[in-house]
Design a protein around this ligand. Structure first.
Ligand SMILES: [Zn+2]
Length: 335
């Protein structure tokens, strides 16, 4: 029985159909040839993807924040593939993992997170993965608890925002570096070298920040922000720090907090208060309104990057860039 195959020859003006008769045997031969070519093509493609995969076969390190991704980039960037879960402007205190995050975490060779309950909603999953034998590094949990500030809103908990004291962030870098050197023995020498040179950069930014804060009149060294991210910064550089919310953005604030903070702003004649990129603007704006209602003016001195890096091209898309942006904004607003 002949099979009718209709082939269209396309023309801009009109389309004509040519009808050919092909014997059944030839038809199956053509089908078989086509299937064979298709099979060869699929095989070549899959071989190609396997060899490509082999070429980029770097261990995958999944981390939580962009701040942590930047630290990893500096100490282990060339040897692993770094995949952060949270992008710019994302608040780690409130972050809930998506289905994609869970499969990324499950497939990761190594997981690095801050710890000290910064990523409160992710920690149960990370604990589970750690218990199943995956390498899970809590970067901020390196002992030396005497260096940590207590989290005022929570019992037996510490303030997790270590990165605002570059000397503490250096200890975090050393902790992550030494654990990665164990997990990736082939690259341990390189990791140790990169960690050492990054520590030098942290020390430079620390000295620079001291010089900058000294430009603010002593009585005005008060940093009022949306939440208590900057307490380590305050301790290191001699600034009083007041957040409208506590150490976590999941804690509420009341009218009393607004009243107390307004009084302080008025008494100390502060020129500026500051927004945070990962916390809604309305909190700090409501404080500005409360100060105004009492007959005083306070400017919003700009937006600080607290718990997330800035977007690409903002100049605050690395940790060191973020520190510089924050210090410039704080000093510019208060001096
Ligand atoms: Zn925070």
């Amino acid at each position: 029985m002949p099979i009718i195959v209709a082939g269209a020859t396309k023309n801009v003006a009109k389309a004509t159909f040519q009808v050919k008769e092909i014997p059944l045997r030839d038809y199956f031969e053509i089908k078989l040839q086509k299937s064979f070519y298709l099979l060869v093509a699929v095989l070549c493609f899959s071989l190609l993807s396997v060899s490509e995969l082999r070429a980029n076969d770097k261990p995958s390190v999944v981390c939580t924040t962009g701040i942590m991704a930047d630290l990893l980039e500096n100490i282990v960037g060339e040897t692993v593939e770094i995949k952060p879960l949270m992008g710019p402007g994302v608040d780690p205190h409130l972050y809930k993992p998506t289905h994609k995050d869970i499969s990324l975490l499950r497939d990761a060779d190594i997981i690095v997170y801050h710890g000290l309950t910064l990523e409160g909603k992710l920690e149960p999953i990370l604990d589970k993965l750690g218990a199943r034998g995956k390498t899970v590094i809590a970067a901020s949990e390196f002992g030396k608890k005497e260096l940590f500030l207590a989290a005022e809103d929570y019992q037996n908990a510490f303030d997790p925002h270590l990165w605002f004291d570059p000397t503490l962030w250096g200890l975090v870098a050393e902790n992550v570096g030494s654990k990665l050197a164990i997990a990736l023995p082939k690259h341990s020498k390189r990791i140790k070298e990169s960690t050492r040179s990054y520590l030098e950069k942290l020390s430079e930014v620390d000295s620079w920040t001291k010089q900058q804060v000294a430009l603010i009149p002593e009585n005005s060294r008060v940093l009022v922000t949306a939440h208590d991210a900057f307490r380590y910064f305050g301790r290191r550089y001699g600034m009083e720090v007041d957040g409208l919310q506590g150490v976590s953005t999941s804690a509420d604030y009341g009218l009393r907090d607004v009243k107390n903070l307004s009084s302080k702003i008025i008494d100390r004649k502060l020129k500026a208060i500051f927004m945070e990129s990962s916390v809604a603007a309305k909190f700090i704006e409501s404080l500005q309104v409360a100060v105004k209602a009492r007959g005083h003016e306070v400017a919003i001195g700009g937006t600080l990057y607290s718990d997330a890096l800035g977007p690409e091209g903002s100049g605050a898309d690395t940790y060191l860039g973020m520190v510089k942006h924050n210090v410039d904004t704080i000093v510019g607003g208060l001096k």
